[in-house]
Structures are given as C-alpha cells and as structure tokens.
Design a protein around this ligand. Structure first.
Ligand SMILES: Cc1cc2nc3c(=O)[nH]c(=O)nc-3n(C[C@H](O)[C@H](O)[C@H](O)COP(=O)(O)OP(=O)(O)OC[C@H]3O[C@@H](n4cnc5c(N)ncnc54)[C@H](O)[C@@H]3O)c2cc1C
Length: 407
C-alpha cells in the first residue's frame, strides 16, 4: 500500500533552538526597549546593531530561515521577534521586503552586489526599503503611475513618480522601487529597480506619524527624474523584454505568477501578527491570575477565563493556518483556495481581536502606557491593512474557491 504517511507537528531541534534563541533576544533586548522607542517614534538603531552583532539581522539569517524545507523557520522567528515588540520587530524585518524582491527577481550578480548594502554590517547597520504603494495605487496595484523609461543610447532608466507609506523610505541605504514600463499592460507591465545609495532625485518625506509600529520608519518617497544605469533593473533587460512580450501576446490568464509571490510572503507577515497577539494574551493571562476584584482573582470569573480560552484557541488556529501556508509555499503546493491569504487574514484579525480583549481584561490599566497591551493593541491594527487588506485577502480567497470574478 505504498509508503507510510508521516505527519507530525513537533518542531525539530534546529527549529526549537531557533525559536529559543530569537525569544531570548526578544525578551532580553527588544521587550525592555519597546516602550521607549514607541514613544520616541524613531528607528531603534542600537537594537538593530545588537541584532546584527548576534547574527539576527543580516542576509545569512534570512537565507538560513528561507532554506528550511518545512518552511516554518521564518514564521517561527517572526513570531518570537514580534512577541518582543511590533515596532522594533518591523524595524528589524522591514529590510527583508527589499531583500526578498532582489532575491526573487534579481540576477545572482545583483544579489551579491546589493544585498550586503541593504544590511550594512554590525558596526554600521543599514536598512532597505521596498517602495510599491502609491497615493493612487494601494490595493489597486495596477493603477501605479510611476514610470520607468529606458534610454537606449545611454543604457539608462529614468524613473519618476511618487511612492507612499514606504517602510524605511528615505532612510534606506538601498531602495527597491517598482514602476510601470508599459502602462497598457497593467500590473504585468511593471518592473522593479534597485536605487543605489546616494542616487539623486529620490527623496523621502519626513517620518509619518502612526497609530502603531511607531519604532518603524514609514515615509512617502518622491522619484524626480531618478537616473539609473541599466544594471539596476532587477532581472535585467532581456528578461523584462521577454516577460513584456509574453504579456502582450498572451491572454491575461496569468496574473498567477504575481499572485503567487504575494501568497508566499503572507504567512511570514501573519506570523508577525501572531507574535503580537501572543504577547498580549500572555500578559493578560498573568494579570487575570493576579488582579483581585470582589475578593477573588478576576480569572475565576468565566467571563474572563473563557475570553482567555478563546484568545489562546484563536492564536493557535491562526498559527496552524500560517504554518500550513508556509509549508505549502516552501514545498510548491498550489494555493488552490488562497491559503496564503487565509493565513494572513486570520492572523491579522486574531491579532486585532486578541489585543483588544487583552486591554479589556486589564480594565483601566489596559488603557495606560504603563502596560504593554496598550501598545500591542495599536500595533496589531496594521495587520488588517498592509501586505493586502483583509478585504483584498477575502477577494483572493473567494476568487480562488469560486473561479469567478468577484469584485
Ligand atoms: C505602516 C505601514 C507600512 C507600510 N509599508 C509599506 C512598504 O514597505 N511598501 C509598500 O509598498 N507599501 C507599504 N504600505 C502600504 C500598504 O501596503 C497599503 O496601505 C495597503 O496595501 C492598502 O492600500 P491603501 O492604503 O491605498 O488603501 P486602499 O487601497 O485605498 O483601500 C482603502 C479601503 O478600501 C478597501 N478596498 C479597496 N479595494 C477594494 C475592493 N476591490 N473590494 C473591497 N474593498 C476594497 C480596502 O480593503 C480598504 O479597506 C504600508 C502601509 C502602512 C500603513
């Protein structure tokens, strides 16, 4: 009857070591610094430096997590990092968006040239930014207005336009910027470019003031006749021309390639949301055991105990969806029901609900900055908005399960 089917959910030794190592850093370095950097609303460079020193911030770390055949290493690391703090977690992971774009679309030469410049080194860490969203093109990626025009005589690209809400925008050493090469092809006519350090014409606005993730820098970025050598086009001109030709000559059946890229990155983002949710749940659980009202710990009331039971169950359910999608992505299983979207949708909504419940369980104390659940509640909300809003995830799932053009 063929080979025995094996299935287990235990982490292997490498994975549990990774979890414990990242957790240690989150507990000892990130959590104690979280309130300060949230208040300051600044990039926590000293924390980044610490992370770089121990090898938690850098390409090698990312490659190690990406190369795990189960797909679980990155979600495991992200959950622990964001358990420490959402804002600092994002300050540490924001660079990986740009690195993933270079890794995914760049040539090996581009990878070698640019990735080290994204991270800098332990003495002088740097960050990178991935700039895709625009004022008129968020969920509607195809509406992108930034243009990239090629000048054959000089082998140069000239980029112009405006990017919005870029994590690390303007303070990054390396920016990866998307722009439309052929607007008639919609999202299939877009390409990604590396903008090297110090390039003229790329200007970031001052840091945007946010509800949460305040230690992470977010800014708009202007592209004013940014001139780039041909070598800055990720993947190279030949590959772009082939792709554009295919898009011009083929029916628009395969948005699927781009969709798959998004589906692949979503579980890692979902894991960040789970980390924030778990931090809030654990804090509320301890508080409920110690806080006395009406002569007994508040957890002895079912209203509180059942809320905590639900919080734990929802976090575990979300994690299973995240792990499934991460495993599917790594093992090239087709996302026939939008499983990547499911994982991020569930995790984001669980993070919002769980952190809100945690504030409620702490009562008045939950509303104060003295307790971390107030910050976690603010930090969680972004997870129903960026990397595809909850509505967009539902569109992906409903289209996948129905095969219909749901709007
Ligand atoms: C802190 C932060 C960091 C970010 N970092 C980055 C980054 O590093 N790089 C980057 O490129 N972008 C980044 N973004 C941008 C983010 O990805 C976008 O904000 C997000 O994709 C939503 O786009 P939008 O803001 O234009 O909203 P809109 O697209 O204007 O959506 C507004 C509302 O309409 C809903 N909606 C839109 N279309 C539909 C539809 N067809 N059906 C149902 N509902 C719909 C949406 O779900 C949403 O509720 C960041 C944003 C923030 C706030």
């Amino acid at each position: 009857m063929g080979t025995a089917v094996e299935f287990w959910l235990d982490l292997n030794e490498e994975q549990s070591d990774l979890r414990d190592w990242v957790h240690g850093f989150a507990e000892q370095v990130i959590r104690p610094a979280a309130a300060e950097w949230d208040e300051r609303e600044e990039t926590p460079w000293p924390v980044l430096q610490e992370a770089a020193k121990i090898g938690l911030y850098g390409f090698e770390f990312l490659i190690n997590t990406w190369s795990d055949n189960s797909g679980l290493s990155l979600p495991i690391a992200n959950e622990e990092l964001f358990w420490g703090d959402g804002g600092i977690g994002m300050a540490i992971s924001g660079t990986s968006l740009a690195v993933a774009a270079i890794y995914g679309s760049g040539t090996p030469e581009q990878l070698v040239e640019w990735v080290p410049q994204c991270f800098g080194d332990a003495d002088e860490p740097k960050v990178a930014a991935f700039c895709s969203t625009e004022p008129e093109a968020g969920s509607d990626v195809a509406a992108m207005r930034s243009r990239a025009v090629y000048h054959e005589a000089t082998d140069e690209w000239v980029l112009s336009g405006q990017k919005a809400y870029a994590t690390n925008g303007g303070i990054a050493n390396v920016h990866v910027v998307t722009a439309s090469v052929d607007p008639s092809l919609g999202s299939r006519g877009q390409a990604a470019f590396v903008v090297p350090p110090g390039t003229k014409g790329l200007v970031g606005t001052k840091k945007l003031k946010k509800l949460g993730l305040r230690a992470s820098h977010t800014a708009d970025v202007f592209l004013d006749d940014v001139r780039l050598p041909g070598s800055c086009l990720l993947g190279g001109k030949e590959a772009l021309d082939e792709r554009l030709d295919r898009a011009r000559n083929a029916a628009p059946k395969n948005k699927n390639a781009a969709m798959r890229t998004f589906e692949l990155s979503r579980p890692a983002v979902g894991a960040q949301a789970i980390g924030i949710a778990r931090g809030a749940y654990e804090y509320a659980l301890e508080y409920a055991k110690n806080r006395v009202a009406f002569g007994r710990p508040i957890i002895e009331n079912q209203a509180i105990a059942f809320a905590l039971a639900d919080m734990k169950m929802e976090i575990d359910a979300a994690r299973l969806l995240v792990w499934r999608a991460a495993w599917m992505g790594r093992n090239e299983k087709p996302f026939t029901a939008g499983e990547g979207s499911m994982s991020k949708l569930k995790a984001g909504e669980v993070a919002v609900a769980v952190t809100e419940k945690a504030v409620q369980i702490l009562g008045g104390a939950g509303y104060l900055r003295e307790h971390p659940v107030e910050r976690m509640f603010r930090d969680a909300k972004i997870y129903t908005i960026f990397e595809g809003t909850s509505e967009i995830q539902r569109l992906v799932i409903s289209r996948a399960i129905s095969g219909m053009q749901i709007r």
